[in-house]
Design a protein around this ligand. Structure first.
Ligand code: UD1
Length: 330
């Protein structure tokens, strides 16, 4: 084989598979490493697939070498906040320790470009609803902390070596491939738009609004929902950026606009064309009232321009994917 390739960890998962697809579509050489704990082999539409763990140093080192990898895009992680509270060491092992192993292999293998999936959960409950990248990071759950610790390792390794990185802090991701080939397949989903799509298709009986007494415009939680296609594109733009030799960056990934739970559910009901069975409950522990990305930096630094910045489009695309999943075994 000739030329360098990109190693994508977690490329069979929700966001990873959309990124692999976009990389493949533009002709990049991609090697996906995924242990299939949450991902699905058939979601990997391009490149080579290797079943294995990011924590397996022998395997990772061999892949870096054999495929002449020059860039790693690192998605592989556990991402369920309540689970991280119940089983923190699972999160520190799979997110933080595995990232450390991967970075050690990268350092040994001379990898100089790294794109890392981080999260708005690093901000915890921010004092202002809109977070810029220099808003203080105070995670309130092990998931957010496990990601912040990985960010810190990247920072330190970047200072001590030639490694340059882009950390992408995702806000609330939803939607699916516009051509309907892949989407969010994770079972036991807890994310609002996924749950609402399942409800619309009769896979659930009811959806609870967690908290109606927040200091927001209608009392429900406000979030910045980003379409997975735009988020995947941010990874390609980060890759292009690193290839210019530019310096490391930490960037929020969101549109800079918030929608309340009620607004999201109204949109889903409109798109679905029928009312949904919604009840009101108490707040869910650990939920901030509002979390919106300060989203200017990513546009300036990467030249990223969203194409699907439309809540109706996002909910429709989630619903379309959920419809496709209906009748499958998952
Ligand atoms: C959280 C994390 C995020 C992580 C994601 C996946 C934080 C700040 N964010 O997002 O980093 O990637 O989980 O686990 O920790 N809601 C309902 N009813 C439901 C589901 C949700 O009312 O059935 C509400 C929530 O209270 C919240 C909003 O909808 O206000 C969005 O919740 P959700 O989709 O679960 O995502 P986050 O908790 O914001």
């Amino acid at each position: 084989m000739s030329g360098n390739a990109i190693l994508v960890t977690g490329g069979a998962g929700y966001i990873g598979s959309h990124t692999v697809r976009q990389l493949g579509e533009r002709g990049e050489r991609v090697v996906t490493l995924d242990n299939l704990s949450k991902g699905f082999r058939e979601n990997v539409l391009y490149g080579e697939f290797v079943e294995g763990d990011t924590a397996d140093k022998v395997l990772v080192s061999r892949l870096l070498d054999e495929h002449r990898i020059d860039t790693v895009i690192h998605f592989a992680a556990h991402t369920v906040v309540p689970e991280s509270v119940a089983d923190p060491l699972k999160y520190y092992r799979n997110n933080t320790c595995a990232t450390r192993n991967l970075l050690e292999c990268c350092a040994a293998g001379g990898i100089r470009q790294f794109v890392f999936s981080s999260t708005a959960a690093v901000y915890g409950i921010p004092e202002q609803e809109r977070c810029s990248e220099d808003t203080p990071t105070r995670p309130i759950n092990p998931y957010g902390m496990s990601k912040l610790m990985s960010e810190q390792m990247l920072r330190d390794l970047g200072a001590a070596s030639d490694l340059r990185y882009v950390v992408l802090r995702y806000f609330n991701v939803a939607g699916s491939d516009p051509e309907g080939r892949i989407g969010q397949s994770t079972p036991d989903a807890t994310l609002l738009i996924k749950v609402a799509a399942e409800l619309a298709l009769g896979k659930r009986d009811v959806l609870s609004i967690f908290g109606t007494d927040y200091p927001t415009r209608d009392g429900t939680g406000v979030r910045d929902y980003i379409h997975v296609e735009d988020l995947a594109d941010a990874h390609l733009k980060a890759l292009d950026y690193l290839r210019t030799g530019a310096e490391s960056q930490i960037l929020n990934c969101g549109y800079g606009q918030g929608y309340s739970v009620r607004e999201v559910l109204d949109t889903m009901q409109r798109v679905h064309g029928a009312p949904l069975n919604i009840i009101e409950q108490d707040r869910r522990a650990g939920d901030p009232p509002a979390l919106i990305a300060g989203a200017d930096k990513i546009r300036q630094v990467l030249g990223w321009t969203p194409r699907f910045d439309d809540l109706e489009e996002i909910t429709r695309s989630s619903l379309n994917w959920e419809r496709k999943l209906t009748g499958r075994s998952r």
